[in-house]
Design a protein around this ligand. Structure first.
Ligand code: ZN
Length: 618
């Protein structure tokens, strides 16, 4: 409380002391994937350095797309000034402000990519819609905390397009929007979703704070949500109230982009989230299930990640490196809470939830990279692992603090419930740690010891050892305690579970990792080979292309038929593969039939898992 109050006072006094920086962003050419911007920056004569935002909150890495900053021109008092990029810091631009000048005029273009990989620096615009991330279209004076810099932003959207954002609006006229002055922190934390086909749905009508679902799509048809889907998102709002007991935003805005031609990801903000998924994700039942965890996860971040943030990630500007060591709390706990809110809200049923949990556990069990890399190292190395390749991912490990964080916090939840004989749960921890008094956005940084203290206030236990042994030591087994003590067992079936079938369809993959040890793209290219699996023992490599199975041209159907017909036999399966220009046949010794993970009820224990995922809000 003290920390946030002082930040607020600094912001207010600075706002009176200095004229805000003027920023005009012209997104009229968004459909051409080029966005124009201009700034008016109050300055004093002498050497001056501008920074392009580098470390983007929520992306946990130096992902600011500085290579796409173009057409940079700087002038003062009507004269063009020479600028010079720093030799070491590619994001810093030096300029000499001439005597007598008190304002810099800066103009720039942002070249928005068509490439759909990456996060906000990936594809963000189509002919029908665009997401404006302010960090991509501005510069800021070096050396000033983002809380103390005020910006007055104007946005021009293509004519006929509407928009949604959490950034408070001062006035609107035609396709020009003038926003109220805001700190650089709030501005960058408040992207704008705009589009030709845009629909806004209120999720908590009549209640304060308000919640909005803004949907922009490549077609009107994609905005045609069923009343059930709308009711489930309204329930999600109620369930977060029941879970956290307080809200730390003025209003909350889900900014949902429905397009097959933008990057797909979610990025959390304090008062909104930038949620980008398939065009059919709100209307087609399978696509809807596949994307059902996205909004719950990003919404949870308003509490866990934005309001409560690891001190190493609560940096004063966009230049200081972020430290990801506690991402297993920032992302891992969010993954757990988002995943249990999905069935609590009705977005998935209990069986679909358990199918997802079984897949998470099975994949972590199949990760030989566990025997060299502790979970914590995946968090520390997040900034390099987000962009790591699919091949040999099971040996390298990837951003495992998401799925393993889910298991770890389920383990903690079940442990609290067991120790307290069902009287307490992780929901109580969330009220202590993330709740408090509702009000304006603020950041309360924390260290691991604060989390341990809050856990102990709910249920005394040696939480420090509980967490440390699961996080910073090498453990070949993932934390399975939540599933096992929650009354369920990981088993394997021949029939593909519905959520895995949907995942195969939505990702265009063929998942054979639990049988042969292969993950394939639809066209037969091998995404990954699981180490120590039958395919690995046969010598197969990621990146090669599977052409034929037992002499017959490869399709998903053909390989499943071969797996089934080889069941219980001794003859190996012959896989013809093209690797570069070389054709080679691998003999894979596998006779166990199709094999997929699912959770089986263990009647010897109480069904804690079902208690966790039942609806909690009235
Ligand atoms: Zn997240």
């Amino acid at each position: 409380m003290v920390r946030s109050l002082s930040i607020l006072l600094v912001t207010i006094s600075f706002a009176f002391a200095q004229k805000p920086i003027g920023l005009t962003v012209d997104a009229s050419d968004a459909a051409q994937r080029i966005i124009h911007a201009s700034l008016k920056i109050p300055v004093s004569p002498g050497p001056f350095t501008l920074e392009y935002p580098k470390w983007i909150p929520g992306e946990h890495g130096p992902t600011g797309p500085v290579a796409d900053l173009a057409s940079l021109r700087i002038s003062a008092a009507g004269k063009t000034l020479a600028w010079r990029r720093d030799d070491v810091d590619m994001f810093a631009i030096h300029v000499d402000v001439p005597a007598g000048a008190n304002e810099l005029e800066v103009s720039l273009d942002y070249l928005s990519p068509a490439e759909t990989t990456g996060f906000t620096s990936g594809a963000s615009a189509t002919t029908e819609l665009a997401v404006v991330s302010w960090n991509q279209v501005l510069l800021y004076p070096q050396g000033q905390p983002s809380n103390s810099l005020q910006y007055r932003a104007r946005l021009i959207v293509p004519s006929g397009w509407s928009f949604g954002t959490a950034l408070p609006i001062e006035r609107e006229s035609g396709n020009t929007v003038d926003f109220a002055p805001a700190s650089l922190t709030t501005l960058i934390d408040s992207p704008v979703l705009s589009g030709r086909h845009l629909r806004t749905i209120e999720l908590s009508p009549g209640a304060m704070p308000a919640h909005y679902l803004h949907l922009a799509a490549d077609s009107d048809a994609a905005l045609n949500l069923s009343p059930e889907t709308i009711a489930e998102y309204k329930q999600l709002v109620s369930e977060t109230g029941a879970l956290f007991g307080a809200r730390h935003y003025r209003s909350y805005h889900f900014l949902v982009t429905l397009s097959d031609h933008v990057a797909h990801f979610g990025l959390e903000h304090h008062e909104s989230s930038d949620d980008r998924t398939n065009e059919a994700a709100m209307t087609d039942e399978d696509a809807r299930r596949f994307a059902s965890g996205l909004l719950p996860h990003e919404f949870v971040h308003s509490w866990n990640g934005k309001y409560r943030r690891p001190a190493g990630l609560a940096t004063p500007d966009y230049e200081q490196p972020m430290k990801g060591r506690l991402l297993w709390i920032y992302e891992g706990l969010t993954e757990y809470l988002g995943t249990i809110l999905t069935p609590r809200s009705g977005l998935l049923n209990a069986e679909e939830y358990r199918e997802g949990l079984a897949e998470t556990a099975a994949n972590l069990l199949d990760t030989p990279g566990r025997d060299w890399r502790p979970l914590e190292d995946t968090a520390v190395a997040a900034q390099v692992l987000y962009g790591s390749r699919d091949d040999w991912e099971n040996v390298r490990r990837t951003v495992d603090f998401y799925p393993e964080g889910e298991l770890l916090w389920l383990d903690a939840d079940v442990m609290i419930r067991k120790l307290s004989q069902g009287k307490k749960s992780l929901d109580d921890f969330c009220k202590v740690f993330h709740g408090g008094k509702s009000g304006l956005p603020e950041v309360k940084p924390y260290e691991l010891s604060d989390v341990v203290t809050a856990l102990n206030s709910v249920q005394p236990y040696d939480w420090e050892s509980f967490l440390r042994t699961r996080v910073d030591t090498i453990r070949t087994q993932p934390p399975m305690g939540g599933i096992v003590e929650g009354g369920w067992k990981l088993s394997y079936l021949e029939a593909i579970p519905s959520m895995l079938r949907i995942e195969e369809e939505e990702r265009h993959w063929v998942i054979l990792r639990y049988s042969l040890g292969l993950e394939l793209n639809e066209d037969g290219v091998i995404r990954d080979v699981i180490r120590q699996s039958p395919a690995d023992k046969a010598g197969m490599a990621p990146g090669a292309k599977l052409l034929a199975v037992n002499g017959r041209q490869y399709t998903a159907k053909v390989i499943h038929a071969a797996i089934q017909s080889g069941k219980g036999k001794t003859e190996p399966m012959e896989l013809l593969v093209k690797d570069g220009e070389i054709y080679k046949t691998f003999r894979v010794d596998y006779h166990g039939g199709d094999r997929y993970p699912y959770l089986e009820r263990d009647e010897s224990k109480p069904d804690v898992l079902s208690e966790i995922i039942r609806p909690h809000a009235r």
